[in-house]
Design a protein around this ligand. Structure first.
Ligand SMILES: [Zn+2]
Ligand SMILES: [Zn+2]
Length: 357
């Protein structure tokens, strides 16, 4: 017997009425079970993470423009309360707990999808960007794209894995490194960084954590970083990485920072055939790499963009073993205006998770 749910007519949602405008919590209609198309499901959200991308979506400062009006959010966890009539086959069921990630939908039939690059799908729908996202009590999603959440993972603790976790996990997975290899993580004490440290350690990599301040140093060391560099104190980061790695440089760097200098520097501290995994999405920064040394050292510069369904399942699965824990601050949906405000001022260091009620 599957559970039955009473779906209300209205719900609370955080809406950006006009791109560049304020986010406001207001009452809006809930899509009814009858309105769902085949392949769609209605998810009653309990928690959602807040990501820097949500700020870009509200401001509309990326080269790809968001929908308007917009409900942001792409790190949602909730229960499926309805599935569109005529959905067959259906990999999920009513009552199941699922996650909603940045890639809300991929067609599974285009060349990118067929080759496993669902995040680059030509018909992609993006949560909280091209379709309404998870800053609402109910959201319409897609049965083939939602991520099942294992029972032993707490909803609030799982939320941020769906974007930050998947993103850094995939970058590490495709970094062509082996156990014991050195991976540099600039911004290691931040929202993406602290998850990257834990995934990298789970994969048996040696981690050089770069960030600033005592609090971040303690966090990175607690999470298992093998070496720590304080960029506020270190005069020559390249030399320090060379010293730590026995003069050769690191095997890979996963660069999540918004500034271009983090990328430029990586070319210098990577060893021959090193991999630079570019993960951050700054609105207009350019990559300035020495072409000579990129060629001479055989450096690969690879863009790694969130992840596909399998990457999400793997990232969640690893976290469910207890190996990866999100450090987050739990607030309420009603706090979102303040969260956006603080994010705009750069006052939010780790991840923020909102409880829906
Ligand atoms: Zn995100
Ligand atoms: Zn596709």
């Amino acid at each position: 017997m599957s559970k039955t749910y009473t779906i209300p007519k209205t719900q609370k949602a955080a809406v950006v009425q006009k791109t560049g405008g304020q986010v406001q919590v207001q009452d809006i209609p809930v899509t009814s079970a009858e309105q769902l198309a085949p392949g769609e499901c209605l998810v009653k959200l309990s928690h959602t993470g807040v990501c820097h991308t949500d700020l870009h979506a509200a401001l509309g400062d990326w080269p790809v423009k968001p929908k308007s009006p917009l409900i942001g959010g792409h790190e949602g966890i909730g229960e499926i309360v309805a599935i569109g009539k005529g959905t067959a086959p259906c990999p999920v069921k009513i009552g199941q707990r699922v996650g909603i990630k940045w890639i809300a939908y991929s067609c599974l039939d285009c060349e990118q999808c067929r080759t496993g690059h669902e995040q680059n799908c030509l018909n992609v729908k993006l949560s909280g960007y091209t379709v309404d996202g998870t800053f609402s009590q109910y959201v319409v999603s897609y049965v083939h794209s939602v991520t099942p959440i294992p029972e032993n993972l707490d909803s609030a603790a799982a939320a941020s894995l769906l974007c930050a976790g998947v993103t850094v996990y995939r970058a590490l997975k495709y970094s062509e490194t082996n156990p014991g290899d050195w991976v540099v993580l600039p911004g290691a004490g931040g929202g993406l960084g602290h998850l990257a440290v834990q995934y990298a350690k789970y994969m048996g990599r040696r981690v050089i954590a770069i960030d600033g301040g005592e609090e971040k140093r303690k966090l990175c060391e607690t999470l298992g970083a093998d070496a720590w560099i304080d960029f506020e104190k270190c005069k020559d980061i390249v030399a320090e990485i060379k010293r730590i790695t026995g003069g050769q440089g690191a095997h890979a760097a996963v660069v999540t920072t918004a500034s271009s200098s983090g990328y430029t520097q990586a070319i210098d501290y990577l060893r021959q055939n090193g991999k630079l995994m570019a993960v951050g999405l700054p609105a207009d920064a350019k990559l300035e790499a020495s072409i000579f040394f990129t060629v001479f050292k055989g450096i690969s510069i690879l863009g790694s963009y969130v992840g596909n369904r399998q990457d999400a399942i793997e990232a969640i699965d690893i976290a469910s073993t207890g190996a990866v824990k999100v450090h987050y601050k739990l607030l309420k949906l009603d706090d979102i205006e303040k969260v956006y405000d603080d994010m705009g001022k750069g006052k939010i260091a780790g991840r923020v998770v909102l409880a829906m009620e």
